[in-house]
Design a binder for this molecule. Structure first.
Ligand code: F6R
Length: 243
């Protein structure tokens, strides 16, 4: 694992954007695995700026998002489809047809999940997967469990995750209770992983993920087994590491 610690959230975001830009410069038709949530918003802002200044070209880039609530209409304000449009896609020269997010209204969930994994495979796999991390160690929506899930699947969200996401909705009742998520196996197949975390509230889970045992009760701990992981933290999130 390569670990970078920056002073501020803005610096963390810039570093992450530079890593993505370098990936796309070296391979213009990269497949980027993307995340939603608060953490990558600053990185997306930097990428938009770089795109305006012609420092990154999304023309031939394909994207695969980690997850989507279920059920949710893609045009709902809180869908991850809307999030990605608002925070990145509509501001850069990406071809909408090259963007992929699990369908939160799929009739047949199993088929949707299988097709999503197939689509990634047919595209040649994810070159670099951006991840945030939940306070309980989830990556994507892979919650603490007895086993590491393999493929894209439909999960019940834990109360911790529902509580953490209520900030984006009008009330707790509105937060969907399920989600479609890339499995741990799907994430681990990515050629590179870029995990970001900021803030003191993430310091404990970052310590456990990096310095603790590999345990499906801390889904992100599996990343210790991945051969190419870069972690970018602001100094608050790195505050409990014994590095
Ligand atoms: C988002 C995702 C989640 C978030 C995690 C952290 O697509 O899959 O795992 O990365 O919940 O969320 P924030 O960044 O809001 O703290």
């Amino acid at each position: 694992m390569k670990i970078f610690v920056t002073d501020t959230y803005e610096q963390m975001s810039r570093k992450a954007a530079n890593i993505i830009a370098a990936q796309v410069q070296l391979k213009p038709n990269s497949n980027l695995g993307l995340a939603t949530g608060g953490t990558p918003v600053g990185m997306y802002k930097q990428l938009i700026k770089m795109n305006e200044e012609n420092d990154i070209n999304f023309e031939n880039v394909r994207t695969f998002n980690l997850d989507e609530y279920y059920p949710i209409d893609k045009n709902n304000d809180q869908s991850y489809y809307t999030f990605m449009n608002e925070n990145l896609f509509k501001h850069v020269n990406i071809n909408e047809e090259n963007t992929n997010i699990p369908n939160g209204m799929a009739d047949n969930i199993e088929e949707e999940c299988k097709n999503y994994d197939n689509k990634i495979e047919v595209a040649g796999g994810v070159d670099i997967q951006v991840l945030g991390i939940g306070h309980n160690g989830h990556i994507g929506f892979n919650e603490p469990d007895g086993i590491f899930t393999k493929e894209t699947n439909c999960v019940e969200l834990t109360q911790t995750t529902i509580n953490a996401n209520v900030r984006f909705f009008n009330s707790i009742e509105e937060v969907p209770k399920k989600a479609l998520t890339m499995g741990i196996g799907t994430i681990m197949k990515s050629k590179k992983i870029l995990l970001l975390a900021s803030g003191e509230d993430k310091a404990e889970i970052i310590r456990i993920m990096i310095e603790g045992n590999i345990d499906p009760k801390v889904p992100a701990s599996v990343l210790q087994l991945h051969p190419d992981v870069t972690i970018v933290l602001d100094k608050k999130a790195a505050g409990k590491l014994s590095l």
